[in-house]
Design a binder for this molecule. Sequence first.
Ligand SMILES: *Cc1c(COP(=O)(O)O)cnc(C)c1O
Length: 235
Amino acid sequence: MSLIASNLQAVHQQIARAASAAGRAPDGIRLLAVSKTFGADAVLEAWRAGQLAFGESYLQEALAKINIIDTAIALARKKAPPEWHFIGPIQSNKTRPIAENFSWVHSVEREKIARRLSEQRPAHLPPLNLCLQVNISGEDSKSGAAPEEAEAIAREIAALPNIRLRGLMAIPAPTDDPLQQRAAYRPLRELFERLNAQGMALDTLSMGMSADLAAAVAEGSTMLRIGSAIFGGRT
Ligand SMILES: *Cc1c(COP(=O)(O)O)cnc(C)c1O
């Protein structure tokens, strides 16, 4: 078995253990393999091992990779091409290629960006799945909507055509302390529950990376974004 395939297996075992510890069913937790900075070969290796959803952060790098990989898979006449998720910062003049090439965007922090994605989503594609990124670390320097504005922005986004608001995403300030990791994610879960109590049908809490997977699962994550534990360290 390749290293990436065995890393994937280990991550699935970690998810199963974390789910069991939290009294949750592991099939309620999706794994997004974050392949930024890794080449098409690494993605294809993970795809051959059964991984379908991949996250990318840098647009030019992602577009080149998507082209190579989707072409290779189409030429091999294989079913189930990868599902591409954009998880990086979005400049408003770069929304069109994102709307055209991705199934999901996790890193939307303003209504304006969502509106452009909605306008630029090609008509032959299904609605673009979006998560609203929320700044849960409270630092001005960090990306994401301010928590106090997130409810209003989520309602505006949910009303757009060609977009399906699926949920919320956050990147917390890094810490090794599992209790602090959980405490950072809790407000995001509470916001998610509040929005659903108000009638939104959100099904996605995009939270958890290699270093805080278990804490994110304990706080209700439904989609983990895991890079280094699958593909190795980034330089
Ligand atoms: C790089 C990245 C990840 C993956 O981080 P790892 O620590 O490598 O698991 C997850 N989410 C976002 C938004 C990222 O940019």
